[in-house]
Design a protein around this ligand. Structure first.
Ligand SMILES: O=C(O)CCC(=O)C(=O)O
Length: 261
Protein backbone atom coordinates (compact mmCIF):
# COMPACT_ATOMS: atom_id res chain seq x y z
CA UNK A 1 0.00 0.00 0.00
CA UNK A 2 1.17 3.52 -0.81
CA UNK A 3 0.05 6.63 0.98
CA UNK A 4 -1.02 9.54 -1.20
CA UNK A 5 0.31 13.06 -0.85
CA UNK A 6 -3.17 14.05 0.35
CA UNK A 7 -2.96 11.47 3.16
CA UNK A 8 0.53 12.69 4.06
CA UNK A 9 -0.75 16.28 4.18
CA UNK A 10 -3.63 15.13 6.41
CA UNK A 11 -1.14 13.38 8.71
CA UNK A 12 0.96 16.52 9.01
CA UNK A 13 -2.15 18.64 9.62
CA UNK A 14 -3.74 16.38 12.26
CA UNK A 15 -0.76 14.45 13.66
CA UNK A 16 -2.83 11.27 13.23
CA UNK A 17 -4.05 9.17 10.29
CA UNK A 18 -5.81 5.82 9.86
CA UNK A 19 -4.22 3.43 7.33
CA UNK A 20 -6.57 0.55 6.50
CA UNK A 21 -4.87 -2.76 5.67
CA UNK A 22 -1.36 -1.27 5.49
CA UNK A 23 0.26 -4.16 7.41
CA UNK A 24 -2.24 -6.94 6.65
CA UNK A 25 0.44 -9.27 5.22
CA UNK A 26 2.48 -8.97 8.43
CA UNK A 27 -0.18 -9.96 10.96
CA UNK A 28 0.71 -13.66 11.10
CA UNK A 29 4.50 -13.13 11.44
CA UNK A 30 3.98 -10.42 14.07
CA UNK A 31 1.63 -12.70 16.03
CA UNK A 32 4.23 -15.50 15.90
CA UNK A 33 6.95 -13.08 17.04
CA UNK A 34 4.73 -11.90 19.89
CA UNK A 35 4.19 -15.49 21.07
CA UNK A 36 7.97 -15.91 21.21
CA UNK A 37 8.42 -12.59 22.95
CA UNK A 38 5.83 -13.31 25.65
CA UNK A 39 7.49 -16.65 26.34
CA UNK A 40 10.92 -14.97 26.47
CA UNK A 41 10.50 -11.30 27.46
CA UNK A 42 13.31 -8.81 26.97
CA UNK A 43 15.26 -6.62 29.38
CA UNK A 44 12.77 -3.75 29.07
CA UNK A 45 9.62 -5.75 29.78
CA UNK A 46 7.30 -3.65 31.93
CA UNK A 47 3.94 -5.30 32.52
CA UNK A 48 1.22 -4.05 34.81
CA UNK A 49 -0.86 -6.39 36.98
CA UNK A 50 -4.04 -4.65 38.15
CA UNK A 51 -4.63 -4.52 41.90
CA UNK A 52 -8.26 -5.60 41.33
CA UNK A 53 -7.09 -9.07 40.27
CA UNK A 54 -8.04 -8.62 36.60
CA UNK A 55 -5.73 -9.76 33.81
CA UNK A 56 -2.34 -8.20 33.13
CA UNK A 57 -1.23 -5.64 30.58
CA UNK A 58 1.98 -6.99 29.03
CA UNK A 59 4.43 -4.51 27.57
CA UNK A 60 7.88 -4.93 26.13
CA UNK A 61 10.16 -2.79 24.00
CA UNK A 62 13.21 -2.94 21.72
CA UNK A 63 13.21 -6.60 20.73
CA UNK A 64 13.42 -6.36 16.94
CA UNK A 65 17.07 -7.41 16.84
CA UNK A 66 16.45 -10.75 18.60
CA UNK A 67 12.96 -11.81 17.41
CA UNK A 68 13.33 -12.97 13.78
CA UNK A 69 9.81 -11.99 12.67
CA UNK A 70 10.18 -8.50 14.13
CA UNK A 71 13.57 -8.10 12.48
CA UNK A 72 12.13 -9.13 9.14
CA UNK A 73 9.29 -6.64 9.60
CA UNK A 74 11.69 -3.77 10.32
CA UNK A 75 14.13 -4.59 7.52
CA UNK A 76 11.69 -5.70 4.81
CA UNK A 77 8.20 -4.50 5.79
CA UNK A 78 6.39 -1.47 4.35
CA UNK A 79 6.97 0.70 7.46
CA UNK A 80 10.01 2.59 6.20
CA UNK A 81 8.43 3.64 2.89
CA UNK A 82 5.18 4.68 4.57
CA UNK A 83 7.10 6.59 7.25
CA UNK A 84 9.21 8.48 4.68
CA UNK A 85 6.15 9.71 2.82
CA UNK A 86 4.19 10.62 5.92
CA UNK A 87 7.11 12.46 7.54
CA UNK A 88 8.25 14.09 4.27
CA UNK A 89 11.78 12.86 4.93
CA UNK A 90 14.26 11.45 2.45
CA UNK A 91 15.24 8.68 4.86
CA UNK A 92 13.31 6.87 7.59
CA UNK A 93 15.18 5.58 10.60
CA UNK A 94 13.73 2.84 12.81
CA UNK A 95 13.60 4.00 16.42
CA UNK A 96 12.05 1.10 18.32
CA UNK A 97 9.33 -1.51 18.60
CA UNK A 98 6.81 -1.62 21.46
CA UNK A 99 4.44 -4.50 22.16
CA UNK A 100 1.28 -3.84 24.16
CA UNK A 101 -0.95 -6.81 25.01
CA UNK A 102 -4.11 -6.11 26.98
CA UNK A 103 -5.44 -9.47 28.10
CA UNK A 104 -9.26 -9.83 28.17
CA UNK A 105 -10.64 -8.24 31.30
CA UNK A 106 -7.64 -6.08 32.16
CA UNK A 107 -8.78 -2.93 33.92
CA UNK A 108 -5.61 -1.01 33.08
CA UNK A 109 -6.28 2.13 31.08
CA UNK A 110 -3.44 3.64 29.05
CA UNK A 111 -3.58 7.25 30.29
CA UNK A 112 -3.50 10.20 27.90
CA UNK A 113 0.12 11.08 27.09
CA UNK A 114 2.59 12.20 24.45
CA UNK A 115 5.51 9.92 23.60
CA UNK A 116 8.05 12.65 22.77
CA UNK A 117 8.95 13.60 26.39
CA UNK A 118 9.80 9.95 27.17
CA UNK A 119 12.16 9.52 24.24
CA UNK A 120 15.90 10.09 23.85
CA UNK A 121 15.20 11.60 20.44
CA UNK A 122 14.19 15.06 19.25
CA UNK A 123 13.16 16.42 15.86
CA UNK A 124 10.01 17.36 14.00
CA UNK A 125 9.73 14.25 11.84
CA UNK A 126 8.33 11.20 13.60
CA UNK A 127 5.67 8.56 13.21
CA UNK A 128 4.45 5.57 15.21
CA UNK A 129 2.34 2.88 13.58
CA UNK A 130 -0.09 1.34 16.11
CA UNK A 131 -0.89 -2.00 14.51
CA UNK A 132 -3.52 -4.23 16.15
CA UNK A 133 -3.00 -7.97 15.70
CA UNK A 134 -6.58 -8.69 16.84
CA UNK A 135 -9.85 -7.03 15.84
CA UNK A 136 -10.40 -3.91 17.94
CA UNK A 137 -13.81 -2.32 18.52
CA UNK A 138 -14.21 1.46 18.70
CA UNK A 139 -14.58 1.07 22.47
CA UNK A 140 -11.18 -0.71 22.74
CA UNK A 141 -9.37 1.51 20.26
CA UNK A 142 -6.45 3.88 20.59
CA UNK A 143 -7.62 7.49 20.68
CA UNK A 144 -5.59 10.48 19.48
CA UNK A 145 -6.21 14.20 19.92
CA UNK A 146 -6.01 15.68 16.40
CA UNK A 147 -3.75 18.75 16.24
CA UNK A 148 -2.09 18.07 19.61
CA UNK A 149 1.24 17.34 17.86
CA UNK A 150 1.63 21.13 17.90
CA UNK A 151 1.32 21.27 21.69
CA UNK A 152 4.45 21.58 23.83
CA UNK A 153 5.80 18.56 25.69
CA UNK A 154 4.03 17.77 28.95
CA UNK A 155 5.26 15.86 31.99
CA UNK A 156 5.87 12.17 31.23
CA UNK A 157 4.37 9.69 33.67
CA UNK A 158 4.47 5.95 33.99
CA UNK A 159 1.19 4.29 33.02
CA UNK A 160 0.51 3.85 36.77
CA UNK A 161 0.45 7.66 37.17
CA UNK A 162 3.86 8.19 38.84
CA UNK A 163 6.32 10.74 37.38
CA UNK A 164 8.98 9.23 35.10
CA UNK A 165 11.61 11.84 35.99
CA UNK A 166 12.20 12.72 39.65
CA UNK A 167 11.72 16.44 40.37
CA UNK A 168 10.17 17.08 36.94
CA UNK A 169 8.36 20.44 37.06
CA UNK A 170 7.13 20.57 33.46
CA UNK A 171 3.43 21.27 33.13
CA UNK A 172 1.03 18.36 33.49
CA UNK A 173 -1.15 17.42 30.55
CA UNK A 174 -4.60 19.07 30.73
CA UNK A 175 -7.53 16.80 31.58
CA UNK A 176 -8.49 15.46 28.15
CA UNK A 177 -11.59 13.50 29.20
CA UNK A 178 -13.23 16.58 30.67
CA UNK A 179 -12.60 18.47 27.39
CA UNK A 180 -13.83 15.83 24.97
CA UNK A 181 -16.46 18.21 23.55
CA UNK A 182 -13.86 20.87 22.67
CA UNK A 183 -11.21 18.55 21.19
CA UNK A 184 -11.15 16.49 18.01
CA UNK A 185 -10.61 12.97 19.34
CA UNK A 186 -9.97 10.35 16.67
CA UNK A 187 -10.39 6.59 17.09
CA UNK A 188 -11.66 3.78 14.90
CA UNK A 189 -12.81 0.17 15.01
CA UNK A 190 -9.92 -1.67 13.36
CA UNK A 191 -9.03 -4.99 11.78
CA UNK A 192 -5.71 -6.80 12.28
CA UNK A 193 -3.09 -5.15 10.07
CA UNK A 194 -4.77 -1.74 9.95
CA UNK A 195 -2.69 1.01 11.54
CA UNK A 196 -3.07 4.35 13.25
CA UNK A 197 -0.11 6.54 12.30
CA UNK A 198 0.59 9.25 14.84
CA UNK A 199 3.31 11.80 15.58
CA UNK A 200 5.46 11.33 18.72
CA UNK A 201 4.01 14.63 20.03
CA UNK A 202 0.36 13.64 19.51
CA UNK A 203 -1.61 13.12 22.72
CA UNK A 204 -3.06 9.61 22.80
CA UNK A 205 -4.47 7.01 25.19
CA UNK A 206 -6.37 3.73 25.17
CA UNK A 207 -9.13 2.20 27.29
CA UNK A 208 -9.06 -0.92 29.44
CA UNK A 209 -10.03 -4.23 27.85
CA UNK A 210 -12.97 -5.04 30.11
CA UNK A 211 -15.79 -5.27 27.58
CA UNK A 212 -14.33 -7.95 25.33
CA UNK A 213 -13.38 -11.62 25.46
CA UNK A 214 -10.57 -10.93 22.95
CA UNK A 215 -6.94 -10.20 23.67
CA UNK A 216 -5.81 -6.87 22.34
CA UNK A 217 -2.33 -7.47 20.94
CA UNK A 218 -0.69 -4.42 19.40
CA UNK A 219 2.67 -3.96 17.70
CA UNK A 220 3.78 -0.32 17.68
CA UNK A 221 6.61 0.52 15.28
CA UNK A 222 8.30 3.88 15.74
CA UNK A 223 10.20 5.78 13.05
CA UNK A 224 12.06 9.10 12.87
CA UNK A 225 13.17 11.30 9.98
CA UNK A 226 16.45 12.84 8.90
CA UNK A 227 16.18 15.66 11.44
CA UNK A 228 16.34 13.23 14.40
CA UNK A 229 18.87 14.09 17.11
CA UNK A 230 19.85 12.26 20.28
CA UNK A 231 18.61 13.74 23.57
CA UNK A 232 20.71 12.58 26.51
CA UNK A 233 18.16 11.60 29.18
CA UNK A 234 20.89 9.85 31.18
CA UNK A 235 19.28 6.47 30.51
CA UNK A 236 16.16 7.46 32.45
CA UNK A 237 13.81 7.78 29.48
CA UNK A 238 11.51 5.11 28.17
CA UNK A 239 12.87 3.01 26.62
CA UNK A 240 16.01 3.69 28.71
CA UNK A 241 18.49 2.75 25.92
CA UNK A 242 21.33 3.10 28.45
CA UNK A 243 23.89 1.69 26.04
CA UNK A 244 23.52 4.51 23.49
CA UNK A 245 26.55 6.76 23.89
CA UNK A 246 25.93 9.64 21.51
CA UNK A 247 26.64 13.26 22.43
CA UNK A 248 23.54 15.29 23.27
CA UNK A 249 22.26 16.87 20.04
CA UNK A 250 24.18 14.53 17.71
CA UNK A 251 22.29 13.02 14.75
CA UNK A 252 20.63 9.77 15.82
CA UNK A 253 22.75 7.09 14.21
CA UNK A 254 24.10 3.62 14.83
CA UNK A 255 23.18 -0.05 14.40
CA UNK A 256 20.17 0.19 16.73
CA UNK A 257 18.57 2.71 14.40
CA UNK A 258 18.82 1.49 10.78
CA UNK A 259 18.05 4.06 8.09
CA UNK A 260 16.16 3.31 4.86
CA UNK A 261 15.99 5.46 1.72
O1 LIG B 1 -1.94 0.44 23.15
C1 LIG B 1 -1.95 1.15 24.15
O2 LIG B 1 -2.60 0.87 25.15
C2 LIG B 1 -1.19 2.44 24.16
C3 LIG B 1 -0.36 2.64 22.94
C4 LIG B 1 0.64 3.71 23.06
O3 LIG B 1 0.67 4.47 23.99
C5 LIG B 1 1.64 3.84 21.99
O4 LIG B 1 1.69 3.02 21.07
O5 LIG B 1 2.43 4.82 22.06
Amino acid sequence: MDVTEAQAAQFREDGVLLLRGAFRDWVEPLRAGTDTLMAHPGIYERSYTPKDGSARFFQDLCNWQRIPEYRDFVLHGPGAALARTLMGSQGARFFHDHILVKEPGTSIVTPWHQDSPYYCVGGEQSVSFWIPLDPVSREQALECVAGSHRWKNHRPKRFDGTDLFEGDDTEELPNIDSRRDELRIMGWAMEPGDAVAFDFHTVHGAPANTGSALRRRVFSARWVGDDAVFIDRQGRGSPPLRHIRLPDGAPLDGPDFPRFT
